[in-house]
Every structure is written in structure tokens, then in C-alpha cells.
Design a protein around this ligand. Structure first.
Ligand code: CDP
Length: 310
């Protein structure tokens, strides 16, 4: 610890307790800052071009295009007849989006009563196919316009879709007619399950539209945050979505981002609003990300909801 202190004397990530205290000091006071919003939209547009690049489309990924996996070295997929036919023509979103809600899965949402607030947004983004059953509705809402799905969920929860696809298709119904956003070209083992998820939905005339995350977009967003002090190997899903929202929406509110084990009332908080299963090495990335998000909150660029909703 001593060595570490001498090598990095300039920047030290505040300890969790200090972050929590800082949030308490600031309270929920928030003032929108249009200059900050415009600046971040420009920064993100310059680095990552979310409008054009967030999904793999026929426009940005024509036949023969080499898609380099962002989560692995030297792996690529060359767009062929089969994959090209699965891509949407172009960015399908009606831009600009007005009020966006990005909903993380933090346990802080439990008993927050934020459901009504969230449902009032024009565009609601959620992470990793979260549960939206009755018991959570009051806290997390019911509507979804875009939901991410990691291929590892397809593997763990739905037996990789190698057997029955009914459980998968049925459990997707809570997301209505939203976009399902899958990083199909991030890790090699994730491609096949993502394609199977696509076919499971299209074969059953599901209302959902599959969008594959563009690995180039994920890579440039990763670099963007790395340059701002987020040193994790990979960004959390939530920070990708906040970045997307900052690039596409006129106003962004983030809910459920709280990677700490105590709340503002000093009571224990579970990791997720639906369980307390900690991810592998989760603590390395998320507090760093939270500090960045909190800076954006303080500067009026996005709004973080970390307490109860009125
Ligand atoms: O797959 P990943 O671990 O990134 O996400 P998750 O546990 O399904 O949660 C979705 C997102 O919510 C994360 O990516 C984080 O950005 C955020 N989150 C948070 O800020 N605090 C928590 N305690 C849990 C999740």
C-alpha cells in the first residue's frame, strides 16, 4: 500500500465511504446545464459517432466488411451473406431522443419508488434483461425501449438456446416492442448465441427488434472513458448506455447506479435490486465509473437519481 502511494501520489480514487459522504453533501440538488449537455454530445459525436455507429447496420457494415472483436485481440468476423441479412438497414431510432432514462441494476432502486418517474421518460434503456415482475414495478417501472442482453445470459439462463427457445421468447415479452441490444461481436464465443437469439425472436414473430452492438463503437467509447480515468479492462454495460444516451438524447437521467454496499442512510444495499450476486471483480470498475457519472451530475450534464423519487 505504501509503495502504491509513492508511485501514484497525484491521483487517488476516493474510498467508497468518501464518495458516499460527498454524494450526501451534494444531496439531490441538480441544475440542468445546456452547455455541458452540448459539450458532451459533441465530444461523444467526435470520438464515437453514436448516431451512425452504435449498432451494426447494413450502412456501416456492408458485405465483406471486417468487424474486429472489441473484447479480444486479433479476432474478426467478415460480414457475409448470412450475417448481412440480419443487420438493420440504418440507425432505426427517431433522433434526437428527448428525455431518456438509463436504468442500471443497482440495489439502490429497491424501495426507491422511481417506477413512475422512469416510465415518464420518452426513451427508457435497461441493462442485461433485468426482471420487471410485479414486485419491482413500483421501483423500476414497466416500460422499455432498449434493453441490452449479454450473450453470457443466453448461455446461463437459456441453455445457450440449444434446446427449447420458448422460455427465452416468453421471458422477452416484458420488454414489449423494444430493441434488444446484443454485443454479438465483442467476444468470439458470444457470436453464435447472439445469432441464435436473433433467430429465436424472428422465427416466433416477436415484437422485439434485435440490434447488434457495433464493436467499433464499443471500442471507441472504451477509449473515451479510459482517457478520463476509467481504467477497468472493460466498461460496465451501464456506462456504455449512459454514453449512448449522452450522444442521442436531449436530457439524460440515470437510475440504479450505486456500486456501494451502504446507502445514503447508512443501511446495507444489495448489489442488484433483485439479488446480491456480485460480479467478478466488480469493485474495480464501477466506483471509478460512478465518480465520472457524479462529476457529470454535479456539472448538470446528466441527472443521477440516487435516493427515493418524490
Ligand atoms: O453486466 P454488468 O455487471 O455490467 O451489469 P449489471 O450488474 O447487470 O448492472 C447493470 C449496470 O448497472 C452496470 O453495468 C452498472 O453500470 C450499473 N450498476 C451500478 O452502478 N451499481 C450496482 N450496484 C449495480 C449495477
Amino acid at each position: 500500500v505504501l509503495c502504491w502511494f509513492y508511485i501514484y501520489p497525484v491521483y487517488r480514487l476516493p474510498r467508497d465511504k468518501e464518495i458516499v459522504e460527498e454524494v450526501l453533501r451534494q444531496g439531490e440538488v441538480w441544475q440542468k446545464n445546456q452547455t455541458g449537455i452540448d459539450l458532451y454530445r459533441k465530444l461523444l459525436t467526435d470520438c464515437c459517432d453514436p448516431r451512425r455507429m452504435f449498432a451494426v447496420t447494413k450502412e456501416n457494415s456492408p458485405m465483406g466488411k471486417v468487424l474486429w472483436y472489441d473484447g479480444e485481440f486479433y479476432h474478426s468476423h467478415t460480414v457475409n451473406n448470412e450475417t448481412f441479412s440480419l443487420f438493420v438497414q440504418d440507425n432505426p431510432l427517431q433522433l434526437p431522443l428527448k428525455k431518456c432514462a438509463v436504468v442500471g441494476n443497482g440495489g439502490i432502486l429497491r424501495h426507491s419508488k422511481c417506477g413512475r418517474h422512469i416510465d415518464q421518460a420518452d426513451f427508457i434503456m435497461r441493462c442485461n434483461l433485468p426482471p420487471l415482475s410485479k414486485e419491482y414495478v413500483e421501483d423500476v417501472g414497466t416500460k422499455t425501449h432498449l434493453v441490452t442482453a449479454n450473450p453470457s445470459i443466453i448461455e446461463k439462463r437459456f441453455q445457450n438456446l440449444l434446446w427449447s427457445r420458448k422460455a427465452f421468447v416468453d421471458s422477452m415479452k416484458v420488454y414489449g416492442s423494444s430493441y434488444i441490444y446484443m454485443p454479438a461481436f465483442s467476444m468470439k464465443p458470444g457470436t453464435d448465441p447472439s445469432l441464435r437469439a436473433y433467430y429465436a425472436l424472428s422465427d416466433t414473430s416477436s415484437n422485439l427488434t434485435m440490434l447488434f452492438a457495433n464493436p467499433e463503437f464499443l471500442r471507441t467509447v472504451g477509449k473515451f472513458w479510459k482517457a478520463r480515468g476509467v481504467h477497468a479492462k472493460r466498461l460496465s454495460t451501464g456506462l456504455f448506455l449512459v454514453s449512448l444516451a449522452l450522444g442521442l438524447c436531449e436530457e439524460v437521467t440515470a437510475y440504479g447506479f450505486w456500486p456501494f454496499s451502504v446507502g445514503l442512510d447508512e443501511q446495507p444495499v444489495s448489489h442488484h435490486y433483485y439479488d446480491n450476486i456480485l460480479p467478478y471483480k466488480w469493485f474495480h470498475a464501477m466506483p471509478e465509473e460512478f465518480v465520472q457519472l457524479w462529476h457529470l451530475h454535479k456539472s448538470g450534464t446528466l441527472r443521477m437519481r440516487v435516493g427515493h423519487c418524490p
